[in-house]
Ligand binder design. Structure first.
Ligand SMILES: [Zn+2]
Length: 58
């Protein structure tokens, strides 16, 4: 399962309705709207995703 970086939902890459490649990484989205939001400001969502990982590692 992949994580939608915008809304943090789990998305199955096989059936994801939207995906994008950013800096060589493929990101999957639960809906086209999430992809649009990500592409407007990818850095914001990637920073938030890193924060979440740091917290859950503790
Ligand atoms: Zn989403």
């Amino acid at each position: 399962m992949a994580i939608d970086p915008v809304c943090k939902m789990e998305v199955d890459p096989e059936t994801a309705p939207a995906k994008t490649v950013y800096q060589g990484q493929t990101y999957y989205f639960c809906a086209p709207g999430c992809k649009v939001a990500f592409e407007k400001d990818p850095e914001k969502y990637l920073r938030e995703a890193e924060k979440v990982e740091e917290h859950s590692a503790r």
